[in-house]
Design a binder for this molecule. Structure first.
Ligand SMILES: [Zn+2]
Ligand SMILES: [Zn+2]
Length: 346
């Protein structure tokens, strides 16, 4: 079969690999869609300390079952499935408390296990053990189902930041994750959703699709001033940073309303992870700064449901559909910000 495999930073190859077989406790799928994201670009350029090459990349996975391993119940050939990306152990103190997104033993598809940029893939026993294989609801395409994983991550962040009825929400960063955040915030009853982005072209492309109440280009105006203007000086109830930018995180704190919640959704570069925070703003305004680390199996199931019910449409966010041999080109498209979501159809 054909795969896209990471060998070293800057060395990702479209090549042949032996077709895998489902062992006991495993399920083999024919991958139909594996979507790309910024993480794939990062891995292809810099590698990752959890990846021991060669490794098939890809973690936003949907396909159909073609082989059910010994001892696996409840699944049959032909079942349409979506696979979680982050695999919690299900046994540690955090998992026992239901905090699966911060499981210290977390492993990932495309990192510890062979990923979805392949014609076939084995779903590991560990995924099945934590209910990480989801049936794709009728009416949801494989491409849409592959976007359930990033939507699940957005859902985790908005649960933690308690996005709800009547909130003014700011999303900083208009990539695919930013677009999903805008849509999800609306589905949860946000009063207004504002989108902030540095790059004018990317902002316009995203705003045309997700129609925020205001689209603010941070290269042209001061986004903090703009948000204060739009909210009569109050600031926003929730600010979500979907950009790897320390400046965006600092601005997020400055534009928060009293008791505002700030979600640091996007991480910062490893070599530049510190920001300056006016601690007195946090103190006197009772701000809450919250992290977000991936998603749990339950978030993935809920995300599929949000797509199925139409609460969060994702089909129009998939702007590019490419064959497996174009996956490496796809990373370039993602890196240059020319697309919203690029999905690979192996
Ligand atoms: Zn991703
Ligand atoms: Zn755990």
């Amino acid at each position: 079969m054909k795969v896209v495999r990471f060998h070293a930073p800057g060395d990702v190859r479209f090549e042949d690999a032996p077709e895998p077989e489902a062992g006991p406790g495993e399920v083999k799928i024919r991958v139909r869609n594996c979507s790309t994201c910024g993480t794939d670009v990062k891995i292809s350029k810099f590698g990752h300390h959890h990846i021991h090459p060669p490794r098939v990349m890809g973690h936003e996975i949907a396909g159909e079952i073609v082989q059910v391993g010994e001892g696996v119940d409840g699944w049959s050939n032909g079942d349409r499935v979506q696979v979680i990306a982050a695999i919690p152990c299900g046994k540690c103190a955090e998992c026992e408390r239901g905090r699966m997104t911060v499981c210290p033993n977390q492993e990932s598809m495309g990192y510890h296990f062979e990923g979805g940029f392949a014609q076939f893939m084995v779903v590991p026993e560990k995924v099945l053990a934590v209910d990480g294989l989801n049936r794709i609801p009728d009416g949801v395409s494989f491409a849409e189902a592959s976007v359930a994983e990033p939507l699940a991550c957005a859902l985790n962040a908005q649960n933690l930041a308690r996005v709800g009825e009547g909130d003014d929400v700011v999303v900083i960063g208009s990539g695919p994750i930013g677009c999903l955040h805008v849509r999800l915030a609306r589905a949860r009853g946000a009063a207004r959703v504002f989108l902030v982005e540095l790059n004018r072209e990317r902002l316009d492309m995203a705003a045309n699709l997700v129609l925020p109440d205001a689209a603010i280009c941070a290269a042209e105006v001061d986004p903090v001033e703009e948000i204060l203007k739009l909210t009569d000086g109050r600031g926003a109830d929730v600010i979500i940073t979907a950009a790897a930018s320390g400046k965006a995180q600092e601005q997020a704190i400055e534009m928060a309303a009293r008791q505002g919640r700030i979600s640091f959704f996007g991480g910062l570069p490893k070599d530049n992870p510190t920001i300056t925070c006016d601690s007195n703003l946090v103190h006197y305004r009772e701000l809450m700064i919250i992290g977000a680390n991936g998603s749990s199996p339950a978030h993935n199931a809920e995300a599929l449901n949000l797509v199925a019910t139409g609460a969060v449409p994702v089909n129009d966010l998939i702007t590019h559909r490419l064959p497996l041999e174009s996956a490496i080109d796809a990373f370039g498209i993602v890196a240059r910000g020319e697309a919203i979501k690029v999905t690979i159809e192996p």
